[in-house]
Design a protein around this ligand. Sequence first.
Ligand code: IPD
Length: 248
Amino acid sequence: MTHYLDAAVEAARAAGELLRHNFQQPLRVNSSEAHDIKLEIDVRAQTLITKLLLEKFPEHALYGEEGIVGDQTSDHQWVVDPLDGTVNYFYGIPHFCVSIALRYKGEIIVGVIYDPMRHELWKAQKGEQPNLNGKPFRVSERADLREAVISVGLSKTGVTIAAGLPLLQEMVHRARKCRLMGSAALDMAYVACGRFDAYIEQGISLWDIAAGWILVETAGGTVEMKPRADMKDKYSIVASNGVVDLKL
Ligand code: IPD
């Protein structure tokens, strides 16, 4: 499995370099809507990742935010968000990342998240301890919500905002602090290494959280994903250190 992890690291670093190099440079907007922006650089980053991964593993499929490649029923499927935190990136906020996971027969076996601005690379593979820049980590041990820092995402539509706001309203009173950082993959990585105690969002896509999922689980935390009946291919997610009592 290590060759898959090494390939994911190489692709994440290459895409991260592309993003860092173009950060705060003029950007082409492919489309925009009320609460979202799509950039050409997302597509360029995914094209680069696709080339690096599928040249090595031509029989694999890739399922990414910017499109799918190959036979999606293949045993091996890469799940990719080439730029998670696109709106942050566009506004010059240095909080975004590359997220790459590999699913084998539906189970996530490898996950890599790379923050190119802080040069932080989280990696995990099934059955092994995850690490951040080579240093092993675990989730936090905070069980009392009053001491916890909780990240809440509101996603990008009126429906997800309406679903998330009551939760934020409640959490903001009960937790020590709530954070809305704009990158679901980094939220997951931060839960995994103990910076956040939990992350909650209503209406997330698999590519946003696939790599983070294995990071959180191998770090001792828990991830609950529920498909949303009202939105195709969207999920509600609660990722936590497994002990904080969210009373949801
Ligand atoms: C978005 C970010 C954001 C989350 C949204 C995601 P994108 O991903 O992760 O934090 O709230 O639900 O769609 O569009 O920047 O890749």
